[in-house]
Design a protein around this ligand. Sequence first.
Ligand code: BG6
Length: 464
Amino acid sequence: MQIPEGFMLGAASSAWQTEGWHGKKAGQDSYLDDWFKHEYFVWHEGKGPDVATDFMTRYSEDVALMKEIGLSHYRTSINWSRFFTDYENLVVDEDYADHVNNVINALISANVEPMIAIEHYEVPQFLIDKYDGWNSKRVVDLFVGYAKILFERYGDRVHQWFTFNEPIVPQTRIHLDGLRYPHDLNPKKWMQCNYNKVLATALTVQAFRSSSQSGRIGIIHNWEFAYPRATNNQLDVLAAKRFDLLYNRVFTDPLIKGDYSPELIKLLSDNHILFNSTDEELALIKANTIDVIGLNLYFPKRVKTPEHQWDPSAPFNPRKYYSDFELPGRKMNNSRGWEIYPPMMYDMAKVMRDDYNNFPWFISENGMGTENERRFKNSSGQIQDDYRINFISEHLWWLLKAVHEGANCEGYMLWAFTDNVSPMNAFKNRYGLVEIDLEDNLARHLKKSGLWYHELIETKQLNY
Ligand code: BG6
């Protein structure tokens, strides 16, 4: 299948998952650094953001590989927790700011366009300790102050900005599921953090538009595509709809359309978790919608009407409204425990077309994490990751089919460029086009998929 001219083919990562702690100063912890310090033993093999891929000192090597593969874009983030030595008075850490500057310049010289998330889970722990993090509107203001500095310093060269990567994830893991440190179960806070990030996005969009910089600004959202067990069962359909409202449209409706849906507001009120907002804030959100959205899509969420009796005294959880459902005969990525369902790309395009008026979007993450990849090395030591090539091909095929039928999808960013660390799983599941060899001083080696992606970019032809 032909890949249209101008369709972005890049790869993604984030600052904290690659940088490592080289040059990090005392007090510059993000919430993930803090979690790692407290509970490093739950991280796979005790590895975490301290090790990462040492992008901090090895970025030139990595950018050279991006150039060799021919990436059109590299999507990453700037690490808020390292950008300041004083988060409240916005005193910039000039060493870190220079590093960011050097990375941006290196990318541009290599003809790789940077796409930058202002936060990819890198909220400073200091702001959590002092203000309860994203639960506080003070943190909203500090984030906007931070974003303005980024626009001033790098906006002449960075033209695609994203306020957050997966804004719902940290507070879901902390306040809703209790999976992550400090395990503070509190659904009301969960929703307040969600709202505060919507507000922070609108304020940042406003700041960007009043700056002298050109380009566009959006957000990266992990769309959890909810499929009902049976489309002809109204209760299953309702379960999927409520899941979708609580996990997806809670961000995309206000950010793209300017308003929360009345159904969601009712759901939140009925469950006593409606966020605190003012009329001025809601008007500001309405007036400052985003330009573009990146969607991270990995696996489908299958739901059915709940099988359990919900205890009315239990803290709210969306699970009240659904039970998980396993599709018989489903194809699985067993390393990650995720179903593989490529037609989801096509279905996503339909949602963007029908529910969001063909709003501009792109796939900001999709990829395949695999355990013990060393077992797939050939005699020259190259990982033969045909499973990844197949995974990407299948997903791209469905995406391109939608594009050929008119979807306003502008590109595909593979997760990830190199192997990197992820929360808790650290280096367990390898995602990269480029291997990071932990047994050989973090040496970089192109996998077979790296060569394949290069050819795809060169030929603009998907043979699948
Ligand atoms: C996305 C995140 O959810 O998925 C990344 O934006 C993350 O930060 C990626 O690494 C892959 O998930 P995981 O947990 O397998 O690393």
